[in-house]
Design a protein around this ligand. Structure first.
Ligand SMILES: *Cc1c(COP(=O)(O)O)cnc(C)c1O
Length: 867
């Protein structure tokens, strides 16, 4: 058998087909050496691997700079509508390879590093993930940035530059242990600090109502220091900006108030202010009402809105014409998209600016706000919905609380007029929830303050209209939309699976990378033996590569000919890793019972982080590792069943495991997973899906044909009916012998011989208070898994099904998602056109003559016009 091509060699092939541009390898080498010398201040005698990584990163970064400046100038000249994507999370992962892919530099850099005696993949592995997110919501924001740039939209991502991103997960004695993610320790070559654009953010204080207007006084000030990261589009010369704010104490922090002798303490206390951007809250789909989190949410909003208003007012047209003296045309030029309710404070903050600084009337201000803002809902789980105690607000943001009360007063007045006497409806729709302590319902605030509200998959959008936001849908049906999530095919195919990207390009050309619908052209080849062979071969290579990775980094040996059955996502009861566990135990028991039967060998891999305070999720991890300890050491089972917990699941690990997967587990209780995006990544990388009719799985089945997915279990209607009739877990337990056996083993210490009651909380939950009805889907799941095993025995039919899936992936490009946001919410038009490249590395093609003449004539250039 010929030696399989390395990824490096594959990329070379791709470049032959024009997937990578031709760059001057010797220039790259020169610049690499220049950076090693001048930037890293090293020679090759003392340079470390990390020095080489930084030299390469800086060399690649140089290619962004001209395009970045040029793009911002272009926006200033053209003054298009801008979209601001506000998010508390941007789960970016690594940047080096993504930049090379989008700039078509990968092949040339590969060659240059090779000629320098270095291995590019090894250098890439030195880069830390930018782990500024928890899971799907944060990764969506990152995919959207790539698509917005690739579609030429004048877009900005705004968020927080957490000093510590999502924790690193270690598994110690089978338990999750958290370690701080010190991702900035060695410096971040992709960011540029902009201290000259620092902005003040106010907290606490009190409100004065004076004849001249409302004043928010005696506040504490924290400075917001912006760091810009370039966001290149796919081969279109566009480079947008992601601006992340870092908290900085002002120089006079704590020194103003007669603080005699308190100088040292005051300097030490600067930490208090700077803690705002210290760490990402590690909760996925869970609301924790901590003051520091509310500070983070207001911090990003307040700094960002100052930026938005300043950029709007300092537009080229705004200063010469009368157009921009007030903010009445803001909605024509600015769209603000709220990624969940986390940045909901944008609504009262923009009201505050319009009322208290711009002195607009309430009606005018409210019209501007609602036409500018739009809100994306990401979950229906009640424990995830943000409800902030009023006391917290009163203390931290007293003026905003007043504004929210007034928004609510007018909102309820309108509802009362529409439904006279319907007091229960007023209670349900209020922004203020009564109870032991009053709370602000942030989702209600977002709906009222936005012109568009969207769910993230069709089934989810239908559910929020029918249940969570029913009352709001009744009064404002026109606001409610669907925008099914997507993923960027650049990172999630070209970058992570170059072999597959190339096999596809050989059949249908390479335009599908910008226009993923073209994947349907693969259907023409679904019976073509050569394509079937190529797709199967790439999968096998990816599996071998991942096996080697596991062996090297985690010292575990797996059978690369077994089915790779993978569930990677945050650990959460609703995602039902426990259902997967019950299947594993069932398989194990079956193999033990009939060891000589022709079992389909499986390597079942589960990975994901548990929120540090989520006891059940942490225990689920312990159960998975415990099952692995028993199953993996059972001589009878051998390599027909292995259970691996994948430590520290993150974007970079996703890029390694997904291309190597055969089976994708998407098994949430119907109605609980808003969309899922992991499901789409697997589908695009040639894994088959076993899943419920939940989230985007529904649309995946529609696009690929339901016969090409393994769909099982209750539909949303069945779940609703069961909620009414009552879910009786014991009934399933008593009726299904294999289920009873598995549960008895967990409960009886079969998997925890040293501590028989270790899993009692899980057992008790599953038997007596399981909100997610694991047992109700057990039988259907096991039967469906049997079908999966049977099909896997027929590789040709399996691969044909894979091709149907890949061909049906077009809808799940985030380019499609963003085009719909642009046209249907933001009032913008996406474009695949390229903007002119910079004319030279230094001037970026913009005329500096005019600026110089202006300066000579004593005219000040406008204040920072294009930043
Ligand atoms: C895509 C992605 C997710 C989301 O996965 P779901 O299965 O949709 O929950 C979470 N974490 C990482 C690292 C991802 O890349």
């Amino acid at each position: 058998m010929p030696k399989p091509l390395t990824d490096q060699e594959k990329r070379k092939q791709i470049s032959v087909r024009g997937l990578a541009g031709v760059e001057n390898v010797s220039d790259l080498k020169t610049n690499f050496n220049r950076h090693l010398h001048f930037t890293l201040v090293k020679d090759r005698n003392v340079a470390t691997k990390r020095d080489y990584y930084f030299a390469l990163a800086n060399t690649v970064r140089d290619h962004l700079v001209g395009r970045w400046i040029r793009t911002q100038q272009h926006y200033y000249e053209k003054d298009p509508k801008r979209v601001y994507y506000l998010s508390l999370e941007f789960y970016m992962g690594r940047t080096l390879q993504n930049t090379m892919v989008n700039l078509a530099l990968e092949n040339a850099c590969d060659e240059a590093t090779y000629q320098l005696g270095l291995d590019m993949e090894e250098l890439q592995d030195i880069e830390e993930d930018a782990g500024l997110g928890n899971g799907g919501l944060g990764r969506l924001a990152a995919c959207f940035l790539d698509s917005m740039a690739s579609l030429g939209l004048a877009a900005y991502g705004y968020g927080i530059r957490y000093e510590f991103g999502i924790f690193n997960q270690k598994i110690v004695n089978g338990w999750q242990v958290e370690e701080a993610d010190d991702w900035l320790r060695y410096g971040n070559p992709w960011e540029k600090a902009r201290p000259e654009y620092m902005r003040p953010v106010h907290f606490y204080g009190r409100v004065e109502h004076t004849p001249e207007g409302v004043k928010w006084v005696d506040t504490q000030v924290v400075l917001a220091l912006p760091y810009d990261t370039p966001v290149p589009g796919y081969r279109n010369n566009v480079v947008n900006t992601m601006r992340l704010w870092s908290a900085k104490a002002p120089c006079d922090f704590n020194l103003k108030d007669f603080n005699v002798g308190g100088y040292i303490q005051a300097v030490l206390d600067r930490n208090l202010a700077e803690n705002i951007s210290r760490v990402l809250y590690p909760n996925d789909n869970f609301f924790e009402g901590k003051e520091l989190r509310l500070k983070q949410e207001y911090f990003v909003v307040a700094a960002t809105l100052q930026d938005i208003v300043r950029r709007f007012k300092s537009s080229k047209f705004g200063s010469t014409e009368v157009v921009r003296v007030d903010l009445s045309t803001l909605p024509d030029k600015v769209a603000i998209q709220l990624n969940d309710t986390h940045p909901a404070m944008a609504i009262p903050e923009l009201m505050r600016i319009l009322l208290d600084t711009e002195h607009q009337t309430w009606e005018k201000a409210w019209d501007i706000v609602t036409r500018t803002c739009a809100y994306t809902n990401h979950t229906v789980l009640p424990e995830a919905l943000e409800r902030w105690p009023i006391d917290l607000f009163q203390n931290l943001l007293p003026r905003h609380l007043e504004i929210i009360f007034e928004i609510n007063r007018r909102h309820l007045e309108r509802i009362a007029n529409l439904y006279p006497g319907d007091h229960d409806r007023l209670r349900r729709m209020s922004l203020v929830e009564e109870g032991d302590q009053k709370k602000i319902n942030m989702a209600h605030l977002c709906i009222v303050g936005s012109h568009a509200v969207n769910g993230v998959a069709r089934i989810h959008s239908d559910i929020i209209k029918a249940t969570l936001f029913k009352d709001f849908y009744e009064v404002d049906p026109h606001k409610f939309q669907n925008k099914t999530n997507g993923i960027t095919p650049r990172r999630w195919l070209v970058m992570c699976n170059p072999g597959l990207a190339e096999v596809i390009a050989e059949r249908i050309g390479e335009d599908y990378i910008r226009d993923l619908d073209q994947l349907k052209n693969l259907l023409e080849f679904v019976d073509d033996d050569s394509l079937i062979r190529d797709i199967a071969k790439i999968k096998q290579e990816n599996k071998l590569k991942f096996s080697a990775y596991l062996e090297e980094h985690y010292k575990v040996k797996i059978n690369p000919n077994s089915m790779f059955d993978v569930q990677v996502k945050r650990i959460h009861e609703y995602k039902r890793q426990l259902l997967n566990c019950l299947h594993i135990i069932t398989l194990y028991n079956r193999i033990k019972k009939e060891p000589n039967k022709n079992w389909t060998p499986r390597t079942i891999m589960i990975g994901g982080k548990a929120a540090p305070g989520y006891h059940t999720a942490k225990l689920i991890i312990r159960l998975i590792t415990a099952i692995g300890d028993i199953v993996n050491h059972d001589e009878v089972v051998g390599d027909r069943l292995k259970v691996i917990f994948l430590e520290n699941y993150k974007v970079t690990l996703a890029e390694k495991i997904i291309p190597a997967s055969d089976l994708s587990e998407q098994i949430s209780t119907a109605g609980t997973e808003a969309s899922g995006t992991g499901n789409m990544k697997f589908m695009l990388n040639g894994a088959l899906t076993i899943g419920t009719m939940d989230g985007a799985n529904v649309e995946m089945a529609e696009e690929a044909g339901e016969e090409n997915l393994f769909i099982f279990g209750m539909r949303v209607d069945d779940v609703d009916a069961m909620d009414k009739s009552g879910y009786d877990a014991m009934e399933y337990y008593n009726r299904i012998p294999e289920l009873k056996q598995a549960m008895d083993q967990i409960a009886g210490g079969y998997f925890s011989p040293d501590q028989h009651d270790l899993f009692k909380d899980i057992v008790n939950m599953l038997l007596h208070h399981d909100r997610f009805k694991v047992f109700a889907d057990y039988e259907a799941y096991i039967k469906c898994q049997d079908k999966v095993s049977a099909l896997y025995k027929n590789p040709k039919e399996w691969t044909k099904m894979v091709i149907h899936n890949i061909a049906g992936c077009g809808k799940f490009s985030s380019d499609r998602t963003i085009s719909q946001y642009a046209r249907e919410i933001w009032g913008m038009e996406p474009s695949l056109e390229r903007i002119p490249p910079p004319t030279s590395a230094f001037t970026s093609g913009y005329s500096t003559k005019k600026i110089n003449v202006n300066l000579r004539n004593g005219l000040k250039t406008r204040n920072l016009p294009y930043n």
